[in-house]
Design a protein around this ligand. Structure first.
Ligand code: FAD
Length: 301
């Protein structure tokens, strides 16, 4: 059955296809087992073809971007991982609008925008995700997020429909979009609308945002950014820090010494180490503050 699926994927020339690909090397946490089948599609059409083939064959599938918000299970994924990268990196700029493929790096796009005198994406300097992952997560920082710059998003819904969704239809709120729970779908491309700005000022802001991150977040160890969503108006990092948990270690996973809301892969951590540490922190925060911390990092299992 599995061989038939692999043969079908290869016959369609949809891009790179690998078997038993270690997913740890496709995530910023550097944790997780292999993907039974790993596809890097060469175009948006190929993404759709890969999904259709996996669906008909009855195998689970999941789309990933740059793996910067993912905790992959130690056992890996016994289905098809579709990584949106190289084949979906097209960029074109017309006036204040940027048309960009879901596989493009958001950090690089912020620089390209700045060089073209377009302001609004500086907040993304230092967010190591793809445009697709950022549109799905409503990634944000420095008081802004994707909902402020997205004009529309081209989505392939898992029920077969493909549609451009407006920002309103994406139902954006804090680190949330309609695609997460309400109606699952794959972001293929986006149109962002920015404003005219001075390239040198934009570059200055990008450098300042990157410096702020280097000063306040752990860059020496693999991690996935914030582990928990902030229980607004409270901040997860502050609650964890106030409990004295910075530096707390379980197995190879450790609460960052620099930032309470970051768990770092300190020493060959397993996904189970990270899950145990997440559960421990959640228990402590509940006991001391009666607050339920929800994870921002997504599990792939
Ligand atoms: P992945 O991690 O590959 O996937 C995350 C989820 O998105 C998965 O469920 C996946 O299925 C889904 N997904 C990915 N691509 C698509 C697509 N094309 N269509 C539909 N679903 C898709 N985040 C912030 O918001 N603000 C920050 O300041 C921030 N700082 C970070 C700092 C560091 C050092 C790190 C490591 C991470 C940080 N993050 C931050 C988290 C992360 O970068 C963002 O959530 C980012 O948007 C994830 O994009 P990705 O391409 O890596 O997605």
């Amino acid at each position: 059955m599995m061989q038939k699926l692999i043969d079908q994927l290869k016959e369609k020339h949809i891009g790179t296809i690998k078997e038993n690909e270690p997913l740890a090397s496709h995530t910023t946490m550097k944790i997780g087992g292999p993907a039974r089948i790993f596809v890097e599609p060469n175009s948006p059409e190929s993404v759709i073809t890969a999904v259709k083939i996996a669906k008909v064959a009855g195998y689970p599938y999941r789309v990933i971007g740059r793996g910067s918000n993912l905790l992959v299970a130690d056992a890996g994924f016994m289905g098809v991982i579709i990584k949106l990268g190289k084949g979906l990196e097209q960029v074109s700029i017309q006036g204040n609008d940027i048309h960009v493929g879901a596989g493009h790096s958001i950090v690089t796009l912020a620089s390209i925008a700045g060089k073209n005198g377009l302001t609004g994406l500086e907040f993304a300097a230092g967010i190591p995700g793809s445009i697709g992952g950022a549109a799905y997560m409503n990634a944000g920082a420095h008081g802004s997020d994707m909902s402020k710059v997205i004009q529309k998003v081209h989505v392939q819904f898992l029920d077969g429909e493909a549609k451009w969704l407006t920002t309103e239809e994406m139902q954006y709120s804090y680190r949330t979009s309609v695609l997460q729970k309400i109606r699952p779908g794959i972001v293929l491309e986006c149109i962002l609308t920015l404003s005219k700005g001075e390239p040198s000022k934009i570059r200055e802001q990008i450098l300042a945002n990157k410096k702020y991150r280097k000063d306040t977040q752990p860059y020496d160890f693999p991690c996935a950014g914030s582990i928990f969503r902030n229980p607004l108006p409270l901040y997860a990092g502050k609650l964890i820090q106030d409990l004295g948990l910075r530096g707390y270690t379980l197995g190879g996973a450790k609460v960052s010494e620099m930032h309470g809301n970051f768990i770092v892969n300190n020493d060959q951590a397993t996904a189970q180490d990270v899950l145990d540490l997440i559960a421990y922190i959640q228990g402590q925060v509940k006991e001391h503050y009666q607050v339920d911390l929800e994870t921002e990092v997504e599990q792939l299992k």
